[in-house]
Design a protein around this ligand. Structure first.
Ligand code: PLP
Length: 444
């Protein structure tokens, strides 16, 4: 271990990390980045197939964001948006975002991250119903293997039992139904039939609980940290139909799927649905500075805005420097037409090559939508058996072999995941596929 690594191991508690395991070898220290590449302290150049943590959509080293942030720091590094004050960057960003969002979304509440955006959601939807004389509408229905963040409400909305076991979660009033995971659970069913079946579990749950107890349904248009689970096209329209039938708020968590990742501005646009609320973060500032938010429809806003003060907010809600980073990021996304590029150029180019990985003897399913994809490994394709080989877990393969081959992929369960920057070039896609294939071959 180098001195740096030893210091890191001694004093820095890493998120979502087995510390004893980390301390055996020390962390890989990333020192700088440019374009779609990160560089470690040993001088290795590594293609970042994950865009950081699904966030650096516009790529690293974007001078326009750096300039916007430093100019804003000079002009007004901080002021709050509580107590009837505002400032130019937050005003501009709110107007800009709501013009890009689906037509019913004309309002935005800013947060510091995706997790606290989902905390905001929980309080906002319960307040929405209480303000209308229905305080018993408390329950939020989410899904197994959902990821909605790490705060108490975010982790409770999330559907990971290992997370819930630590700290006595979920908090009351949150229930989970099955996810539309066709490869794992669909058996012989046609995917679209399976999508309908899984969506109708929402209706069964509403009837079991009583519609007058249910406040909202929340879901990621594509489950990211749950393994890049791409729902059949029948799923979301059926979910929307059920929410409307029982007058339940529909929330999409767009923290990964927002800002062009699916080839549309938001995942809801891709699946053709109109949510009442959407959470955003990550791609909003391309990860250059933390920021999240909740996009709020007229329907929800009209109630909240007419019922006194909503006792909720963060010191950094609408932070001027984060707003400047977001505005500069949106400029890049728009001027380089990145959502459209994902839809009609680089997305199809990567998809064609990525989906071919399904021919590899270790791959049970290859899936991809826009620029987010996964390959699920199995030692037995017909039985779709869980992955187990002598050379280690999928986690080890991603953390060690893939990294050593110069490619960042992440693992979730038995799935290897990619979510590269939206600016990735054709030749960089070729390199990504070459390195992913090499990693699979070394494992076989
Ligand atoms: N929601 C989704 C869908 C996410 O993928 C994440 C993070 O990965 C979050 C919420 C939490 O966001 P943050 O880590 O910014 O709190």
């Amino acid at each position: 271990m180098t001195h740096y690594q030893a210091q890191d191991a001694a004093h820095h508690i890493h998120p979502f990390t087995d510390t004893a395991h980390l301390n055996q070898k020390g962390a890989r220290v990333i020192t700088h980045a440019e374009g779609v590449y990160i560089y470690d302290s040993k001088g290795n150049r590594i293609l970042d197939g994950m865009a950081g943590l699904w966030c650096v959509g516009v790529g690293y080293g974007r001078e326009a964001i750096v300039q916007a942030v430093s100019a804003q720091m000079r002009e007004l590094p901080y002021y709050n948006t509580f107590f009837q004050t505002s400032h130019p960057p937050v005003i501009e960003l709110a107007a800009r975002l709501t013009s890009l969002a689906p037509e019913q979304m004309n309002h935005v509440f800013f947060t510091g991250s995706g997790s606290d955006a989902n905390d905001t959601i929980l309080r906002m939807v319960r307040h929405f119903w209480a303000a209308q004389g229905q305080p018993e509408r408390q329950v939020i229905i989410s899904r197994k293997n959902a990821y909605h963040g790490s705060t108490v409400a975010g982790a409770s909305l999330g559907g990971f039992s290992v997370v819930h076991e630590q700290g006595g979660l979920p908090i009351p009033g949150i229930v989970h139904i099955n996810q539309p995971y066709w490869y794992g659970d669909g058996g012989d069913l046609d995917p679209n039939e399976f999508g309908l079946q899984r969506a109708r579990e929402l209706e069964s749950k509403i009837l079991e609980l009583g519609a007058d107890k249910v406040a909202a349904f929340i879901g990621e248009p594509i489950q990211g940290a749950g393994g890049v689970v791409i729902p059949p096209l029948t799923y979301w329209p059926e979910i929307e139909r059920i929410c409307r039938k029982y007058d339940i708020l529909l929330i999409t968590d767009e923290v990964i799927t927002g800002f062009g990742r699916t080839g549309e501005w938001f995942g809801a646009d891709y699946f053709g649905i109109k949510p009442d609320l959407m959470t955003i973060a990550k791609g909003l500032t391309a990860g250059y500075i933390p920021m999240g938010g909740v996009l709020v429809s007229d329907r929800v806003f009209d109630v909240i805005a007419n019922h006194g003060e909503f006792y909720h907010g963060y010191t950094y809600s609408g932070h001027p420097v984060a707003c400047a980073a977001a505005l500069a990021t949106l400029n890049i996304l728009e001027s380089e037409n990145l959502p459209q590029r994902v839809k009609s150029d680089i997305g199809p180019y990567l998809q064609e090559r990525w989906l071919k990985l399904a021919e590899h003897p270790l791959v049970g399913e290859a899936r991809m939508l826009g620029l987010v994809g996964g390959i699920e490994l199995t030692p037995n394709k017909t039985k779709r058996a869980p992955f187990k080989v002598e050379k280690g877990t999928v986690g080890l393969i991603c953390r060690e072999h893939s990294f050593n081959n110069g490619l960042v992929m992440r693992h979730v369960g038995d799935t290897m995941i990619i979510s590269p920057p939206l600016v990735i070039s054709h030749s960089e896609v070729d390199e990504l596929i070459e390195k992913a294939t090499l990693t699979l071959d070394q494992t076989y």
